[in-house]
Design a protein around this ligand. Structure first.
Ligand SMILES: Nc1ncnc2c1ncn2[C@@H]1O[C@H](COP(=O)(O)OP(=O)(O)O)[C@@H](O)[C@H]1O
Ligand SMILES: Cc1ncc(COP(=O)(O)OP(=O)(O)O)c(N)n1
Length: 265
């Protein structure tokens, strides 16, 4: 059995965070495990409260897993504070974690800060050098590189800059581009664009979480990075195409088990 760990925040409405990650791992035929960093009171209309867990319980969750189970890949999502980032960094280094995918979650689509602004420096310093793959959206790439990004050319330049900060492979996601949803991968000094038409739906809650978890699941299976990103792009395209209205706001992506059954990927 392929085993994948998510270190992230809980989303009470199940569309993003830990819940989206575990659904993705299952849909892709892997066994999912979780370390919770924070609990959010969240629904399809917004995030109403956030409670961080303390460093001890985060460290102990990570230790409990690594001392007992061989972990094939790790996805990191909402990390909330600099103190939590330091704890995660120390614990993953100590346990020699492999295939780490960092989704540098900063702000929810509804506009709530999921990373304290003063923790951005720690995310860059501690987590980027651990990342086999980092998956910033346009806003996150702008914050990390301190530049404005609106074009594919600017996405490529940002990917190179983020690689120089220590992340081995960089995917700048184009979900918020005008026009098609094109993601830019910078890997081993080469660029590759993963394009898809934009699915015309308002229901995109959890797209970033799902995409990064799908990359982690494929890395865990032994896929090279480029293939893992290609598969994740295919999976998220289908998950958005099958998204559905839930509640009164932005509905979630749908984790369709047929994908794995039909493709065995
Ligand atoms: N409407 C859409 N149609 C097709 N793909 C999309 C759409 N919105 C986002 N994506 C894809 O979903 C993934 C997550 O991107 P994005 O929404 O930018 O992340 P985030 O949730 O971190 O803001 C990317 O692969 C992006 O290209
Ligand atoms: C607990 C938690 N983690 C991450 C997010 C952000 O998820 P994302 O996939 O970027 O999608 P949106 O929520 O922004 O639609 C979250 N909301 N909650």
């Amino acid at each position: 059995m392929i085993k994948v760990l998510t270190i992230a925040g809980s989303d009470s409405c199940g569309g993003a965070g830990i819940q989206a990650d575990l659904k993705t791992f299952s849909a892709l035929g892997t066994y999912g495990m979780s370390v919770i960093t924070a609990v959010t009171a969240q629904n399809t209309r917004g995030v109403f409260n956030v409670r961080e867990l303390d460093q001890e319980i985060i460290r102990d969750q990570i230790s409990a897993i690594f001392e007992d189970i061989q972990v094939d890949a790790v996805k990191i999502g909402m990390v909330s504070s600099a103190a939590i980032i330091e704890t995660i960094g120390e614990s993953l280094l100590k346990n020699k974690a492999q295939n780490i995918v960092v989704d540098p979650v900063m702000v929810s689509k509804s506009g709530c800060a999921l990373l304290q602004p003063e923790a951005r420096e720690a995310l860059i310093r501690v987590l980027l050098p651990l990342a086999e793959v980092v998956t910033p959206n346009l806003f996150e790439a702008e914050v990390i590189t301190e530049t404005k990004i609106a074009t594919l050319d600017e996405m490529e330049k940002a990917a190179v800059a983020i690689n120089k900060l220590g992340a081995k492979n960089v995917v700048v996601k184009g979900g918020h581009l005008k026009g098609d949803a094109i993601d830019v991968l910078y890997s081993e000094k080469a660029f590759r664009h993963f394009g898809s038409g934009r699915v015309a739906t308002p229901h995109t809650h959890g797209t970033g979480c799902t995409f990064s978890s799908a990359i982690a699941a494929s890395l865990a299976k032994g896929c090279p990075v480029e293939e893992a990103v290609a598969r994740a792009k295919e999976y998220i395209g289908g998950a958005i195409a099958h998204s559905f209205p839930l509640g009164r706001g932005v509905g979630p992506t749908h984790h369709f088990y047929q994908y794995y059954r039909d493709t065995n990927r």
